[in-house]
Design a protein around this ligand. Sequence first.
Ligand SMILES: NC(=O)c1ccc[n+]([C@@H]2O[C@H](COP(=O)([O-])OP(=O)(O)OC[C@H]3O[C@@H](n4cnc5c(N)ncnc54)[C@H](OP(=O)(O)O)[C@@H]3O)[C@@H](O)[C@H]2O)c1
Length: 312
Amino acid sequence: MIESSDLRMKRIPLSHGAGHMPALGFGTLIPDAAVTITATRDALEAGFRHFDCAERYGNEREVGKALQAGLAAFGIAREDIFVTTKLWNSNHRPERVEPAFEASLQRLRLAYLDLYLIHTPFAFQPGDEQDPRDQNGNVLYDREVTLLDTWKAMESLVDHGKCRAIGLSDITLDGLKPIYESARIKPAVVQVESHPYLPETELLEFCKEKGIVLLAFAPLGHGMKPGLLEDPVISAVAARVGKTPAQVLLAWAVQRGTALLTTPRTAARARENFDISALPAEALDEINKIQTRQRLNPVVSTGVPGFIPQVK
Ligand SMILES: NC(=O)c1ccc[n+]([C@@H]2O[C@H](COP(=O)([O-])OP(=O)(O)OC[C@H]3O[C@@H](n4cnc5c(N)ncnc54)[C@H](OP(=O)(O)O)[C@@H]3O)[C@@H](O)[C@H]2O)c1
């Protein structure tokens, strides 16, 4: 059986009536400032309406500039796009949350955010240094603040009306449960690494049961080779359905009920990654049976990202 709905247009409802998230998201983790601008505009032109940003990526200004110009050029209203950004580890102290949020809004040239995420559950030493280290190169963590303290400050942002939904990123199921239990405003979204080599099935089931959207990053396995894009099962399905391996991986992610983030850097790749269509049930089954298990990004256990772009 083939799902009839157009995967490209799929929008997933967020809890608490906080609107809908387009399942197909464009990630802005792009090292180069000029490429950030062209890739963001190309993504908008190709049809992407969901943009994932972060204070830590160092390019919110470029994304904001590209979105402002792109919306005007293509006649798209702000309400028709969904924009997320993230609170960095060095801003977990409750009194730092709102200023960090406002600074991101300003850089993005936006009046409100659709979603604000705590980038990782790890609090670093508070301050403007994003990567605080001791003289031996060890990360300086902040033991004086809990994730729940930070979450309560995130809830206030929703109360104040400039942020429609809040969530967590790089969190495990064990980390999510206590926040979910204690939260006054429950997490609407969790953003984690997920792909056929790391399906995060248990987390996905919990999310579905609680009405939380699982937003998958690295759906193409960060493009690493050898890797998912060359996996024999993915390649065979791609050949059979007349799609590229990337399109197969993205369709699989949407059809299993997650939203996703991908980072095409050229217009051709943006069109390719947006142009997905539903896979037949037997192809989904084959992909679900892949046995390889691999986590690519260690950020979930340390709060230190696998890679960080340098904005020129
Ligand atoms: N929360 C977190 O900690 C976290 C961590 C990482 C990422 N993210 C978010 O997730 C977004 C997605 O990043 P990702 O690295 O996970 O994206 P991805 O789409 O899995 O991988 C991007 C890589 O795939 C390649 N690629 C893209 N489209 C392709 C295609 N059609 N065919 C072949 N190769 C293709 C790119 O190649 P080129 O280099 O040639 O362009 C790039 O190397 C980021 O931008 C960011 O917003 C979040």
